[in-house]
Design a protein around this ligand. Structure first.
Ligand code: ATP
Ligand code: MG
Length: 348
């Protein structure tokens, strides 16, 4: 999967841009505010019709202009594709795939896959568990329809249960409906745990290799899925996980009613990330955090490749700063397979 050519009109700070790309590694060099991130944003947009940073579509249109377009020649599944997106202030966006109008933005993802790494992704390591759950959820929702369904069922039941517990002092009869929501949370929660455990296992395998190579063999990355304490083996069959979730709910029922909070379930899951055995979140240097976050993204790319049969496009924004020459050399020369885009400043 690759992008051979890109044309932008009135997109962000580009009036008109026509570029062709190499099938392997593309390095985009420039001073600050030249439009490097904007260029990657255009590619992400081509892969999903979603911008990783704009709050509204119209932010993508150049200041003072009323419309913009993004076009690309892409190659995927052994075929050529022409992708065209037109945005206009106050009008619906138009997406054409080989001149045929697409019904929804996600049709683009069926053609072009992209894994995007940006400086905010360092929070994947540094932030609380929610950032890592989101990483798992985003990746798994793309890979498994069943997971996406279970996630939405789980959230709905969780919200209900949280509200019931919160309001139960005033309306004690609400508690009668709790068993129904516990049941739903255990059913959908078991599916979440089942898939997350498998995802983390593969993530760990691939990320360990990337991190080891990037650090010149000096560092060992550990990735461990952490879930509800009664789950003895998250890789067990769904039925076993379900039974153990039910047991956990039963043992926490009294505490949940007393605290009026939902204490039991995979909404507290996390991925423990360790470098040489030390918890990365608290003990890693800047460069180590960057290496670990990059390794997780590279692992995500490998998992995508296994699922769809070819590498998605890899977009690395500002990944080189804070990396020593050995690690920079790895990023620039040794990310094998697939098309890669790397932005950096002149002094990198
Ligand atoms: P850095 O090295 O600092 O990350 P960069 O090359 O990645 O810089 P970009 O984030 O791509 O820079 O932004 C380039 C410029 O685009 C910014 O100065 C920004 O003000 C400008 N810009 C953003 N949105 C628009 C828009 N809708 N119209 C015109 N210019 C815009
Ligand atoms: Mg930038």
């Amino acid at each position: 999967m690759r992008i051979d050519a890109l044309a932008l009109r009135n997109f962000r700070n580009y009036d008109a841009l026509n570029v062709t790309f190499a099938p392997d590694c593309n390095v985009i060099v420039g001073e600050n505010a030249q439009g490097k991130t904007n260029l990657l944003e255009a590619i992400v947009y081509l892969s999903s019709a979603r911008s990783p940073r704009a709050r509204a579509e119209k932010e993508l249109i150049s200041f003072g202009k009323s419309e913009c377009s993004i076009k690309a020649n892409a190659f995927a599944r052994n075929r050529d594709f022409l992708l065209e997106i037109a945005l206009a202030a106050g009008r619906r966006r138009k997406i054409l795939i080989n001149k045929v109008p697409a019904k929804k933005g996600s049709d683009l993802s069926d053609v072009l896959g992209a894994v995007y790494f940006c400086p905010e992704d360092l929070l994947l390591i540094r932030d609380g568990a929610a950032a890592r759950r989101k990483f798992m959820d985003d990746a798994l929702c793309q890979l498994r329809a069943r997971y996406a369904q279970a996630l939405s069922d789980y959230h709905r039941a969780y919200e209900h249960k949280t509200r019931i517990l919160r309001d139960s002092e005033e309306y004690p009869s609400l508690l009668d409906t709790l068993p129904e929501f516990d049941l739903r949370m255990a059913q959908s929660g078991a599916v979440l745990i089942y898939y997350r455990a498998r995802f983390c296992e593969r993530l760990g395998e691939y990320a360990r290799i990337a991190h080891r190579e990037c650090s010149g063999g000096r560092e060992e990355l550990g990735v461990e899925y952490q879930t509800v304490s009664t789950i003895s083996d998250p890789l067990a069959p769904i039925e076993t996980i379900y039974d153990q979730l039910r047991a956990h709910q039963a043992s926490h029922a009294a505490a949940e009613r007393a605290s009026r909070m939902c204490l039991s379930g995979p909404h507290k899951d996390d991925i423990a990330v360790r470098v040489n055995g030390l918890e990365a979140r608290h003990f890693c240097s800047q460069g180590q955090v960057r290496t670990a976050a990059l390794s997780l993204k590279l692992a995500d790319r490998e998992i995508h490749k296994t699922a769809i049969g070819e590498y998605p496009v890899m977009l690395l924004d500002d990944v080189l700063s804070e990396l020593d020459p050995r690690r920079q050399e790895y990023v620039l020369n040794r990310i094998a397979g697939g098309q890669v885009f790397i932005t950096c400043c002149e002094n990198d």
